[in-house]
Design a protein around this ligand. Structure first.
Ligand code: CU
Length: 155
């Protein structure tokens, strides 16, 4: 009888540990990242300056709060043309791929900023949801290094 209980509990433990392994190995789903939207200048609570050099963003990491509307001032201090695009990692990858495949096609994602060397432009953006939002310059040859992260924290 004791032996029976021992076997049963062993099988039970084995099942439990298998379930734990199965749930922790599950890949993270990134498809439902809510990145926010282009917003009005009248709602701006903070100005954040982002400098572009060849080829990276300074700073590369930013922290904002849920619901906050930021005016990004983007300065291209490099010698090349650059872009600034906010998106989910998957969307930014798609944008970079489109530019590689069709370099002469004019892209027009929502909130896209295109800057010639020395130029400065602004984007007003509201971060509606907690999470991590990515930004990048999706131009060919830039995308690998020219990326950053915006951590949207709970208010
Ligand atoms: Cu660039």
């Amino acid at each position: 009888m004791n032996r029976f209980i021992l076997i049963i509990s062993f099988v039970f433990l084995l099942l439990v540990s298998c379930t734990i392994v199965a749930t922790t190995n599950r890949p993270k789903i990134e498809s439902n990242v809510v990145i926010g939207k282009v917003a009005n200048l009248s709602d701006v609570s903070r100005i954040i300056t982002l400098t572009q050099v060849d080829n990276m963003f300074l700073p590369g990491e930013i922290t904002v709060f849920e619901g906050e509307t930021i005016k990004f001032v983007i300065k291209n201090k490099g010698n090349k043309k650059h872009e600034f695009l906010i998106g989910s990692k998957a969307d930014l990858k798609k944008s970079a791929k489109m530019r590689r495949m069709f370099p002469d096609l004019n892209q027009s994602e929502s909130g896209l900023i295109q800057l010639e060397p020395g130029e400065q432009k602004e984007l007003v953006w509201q971060f509606t949801n907690v999470g991590v939002v990515d930004f990048a310059c999706p131009l060919p040859g830039h995308f690998k290094k020219m990326r950053g992260k915006i951590f949207v924290e709970k208010k």
